[in-house]
Design a protein around this ligand. Structure first.
Ligand SMILES: [Ca+2]
Ligand SMILES: [Ca+2]
Ligand SMILES: [Ca+2]
Length: 328
């Protein structure tokens, strides 16, 4: 009975052709696959975004990007491991300095230095954003290092940037604009610069925004990495919207189900899924995280040798995972 049940839960159980022992992984970029470069136009609040017609409308149903043909998740950073060169660009206005002074993570010494030498103060702040601090929610950081530059612009906001101020953007993996956001939001995930360019234009720089009042190592992680990949896979079923108040805080507890096995995903499942889609998980337990692993071994708990353990996997005959890492 136990074996029958195990087979019932593992779709593909007993089907040899679904269980290759080793698969080669090749890295690709998204752009070259998108041959149809006709854009649809969507007004999105203050932003204007262009979505190529070869991309699916999943974008509005889920947080994240997916390919229509394979429904693979599409990351927006082209890498999630390795050495990252990041520019913090502060827009030096009185209002933005006031927001910095309200930042609860800054020391009194930093706050007094903000008044006299804001670039130097911010340089000291980001010097403290090492991998241990940025990934403090994990037992150990993934294979990521950071090199930071800090610059100050006398423009009021990123919308007034002159060409000469953006000329060196191409030297960075991402540029963090430190400025106020619409609706007093704390941050926004990465976008291509200029912002009306499509996300897959890999020749354009990536920028993100953080409110100076909210700048912290944790928020920097959230905007650069966590929001870089989908929160859940496009195939999952989203249940009726459910909000629960606990200790005065409203939590979104909408059930998300893996349609293949009926599993309702837990908070821990989502945390692991975010790691997996960023390539930091080690699904075949060979000691090499997926973003550096050139071969994924099939295992009993991952018969299709993709990036997603079968418990969370919506399809055992599909390669589920980000598009930059696909099969030969
Ligand atoms: Ca591995
Ligand atoms: Ca799998
Ligand atoms: Ca799969």
């Amino acid at each position: 009975m136990a074996l029958t049940l195990a087979c019932a839960l593992l779709a593909g159980c007993g089907e040899e052709d679904l269980a290759p022992s080793v698969r080669q992984i090749t890295r690709h970029v998204v752009a070259p696959t998108c041959e149809d470069m006709t854009f649809s136009y969507f007004p999105m609040e203050e932003l204007t975004d262009y979505v190529p017609t070869c991309f699916p409308p999943y974008f509005y149903q889920h947080e994240g990007y997916f390919l229509a043909s394979t429904r693979q998740a599409v990351p927006r950073l082209e890498k999630t491991c390795g050495a990252f060169r990041i520019l913090f660009l502060f827009f030096d206005t009185e209002a933005h300095r006031d927001l910095l002074l309200q930042n609860p993570t800054f020391s009194e010494q930093t706050k007094s230095q903000i008044q006299t030498d804001v670039r130097s103060a911010l340089s000291w702040v980001v010097l403290g954003y090492g991998p241990q601090q940025v990934f403090s929610h994990r037992a150990s950081p993934p294979p990521v290092t950071f090199l930071y530059d800090v610059k100050v612009s006398l423009q009021g906001s990123s919308s007034s940037l002159a060409d000469e101020e953006t000329a060196d953007f191409k030297n960075y993996d991402a540029i963090v604009f430190l400025e106020a956001l619409p609706g007093d939001a704390a941050g926004s995930g990465v976008l291509r610069w200029p912002v009306n360019h499509p996300i897959f234009r890999t020749d354009e720089p990536l920028v993100l925004r953080i409110n100076p009042r909210a700048l912290s190592a944790g928020l920097f992680y959230n905007e650069l990495f966590r929001r870089n990949v989908p929160v859940y896979l496009a195939q999952y079923h989203v249940g009726p919207p459910t909000f629960v108040e606990e200790n005065g805080i409203l939590y979104n507890r909408t059930p998300i189900t893996n349609p293949r096995n009926g599993r309702v995903l837990s908070g821990e499942d989502f945390r692991v899924l975010s790691d997996m889609l960023n390539g930091w998980h080690d699904v075949d337990a060979d000691g090499i995280p997926e973003c550096q692993d050139t071969e994924i071994d099939a295992r009993p708990d991952n018969v299709d040798a993709d990036w997603v353990p079968d418990l969370l996997d919506p399809e055992l005959d599909q390669d589920n995972g980000p598009f930059v890492w696909t099969r030969e």
